[in-house]
Design a protein around this ligand. Sequence first.
Ligand code: GRF
Length: 213
Amino acid sequence: MPLPIVVLVSGTGSNLKAVQDAITNGRCDAEIRAVVSDQERAGGLALADNHGIPTEVIRMRDFPDREAWDAALSVAVAAHGPSLVVLAGFMRIMGQAFVQRFRHRAINVHPALLPLFPGIDAPAQAIAARVPLSGCTVHIVDAKVDAGPILAQAVVRVRPSDTPHTLHRRIQVAEHRLLPRVIDHISRGRIVLGDPPRLPDGEQNDDIFCSLL
Ligand code: GRF
């Protein structure tokens, strides 16, 4: 049974596209029930439309405060019955209502090797710190920003000539491989979400943890 998922996006939606492509090609055992955004102009919404995936926009400015927005978002997402919520470039901090409702059922992709460089501009942070390697992390969403239990990481070289933009583009190539694989692993019970999560053990799974680009 494909894993029912809802994807949250604020921007371009290249990770959403990677997940949908992997589903289409049989590499990700999931079904995107809906794409929800806080931005009516998010590119990810058009992409979802093109695939006939239902979309919803829950804008923060339509609510009196952050808590009311968070509660409305939680209800809207839950209405689609996801077993997993995937934050794919969703640029908002989740509130208590969301975190509690989707405890151990929401994951996020971040463009750095957490716990290094949480928050915004992670590729710029990596360049400023002069690290030779960076990458991406898929982790469980909890109440702290970019700090929930880590499920998988992929490593990317930081080149001396890199700008934040060029590094981010290569990190995104890694994200597009890693995120659909993590979702597929969750669907097939190879990653079991929880605190702590039960992570894959065995040679066939090792490569999701190390893809050097
Ligand atoms: C990704 O790099 C992700 O790590 C970060 O936001 C970016 C979203 O890109 N959280 P896209 O919208 O999937 O193209």
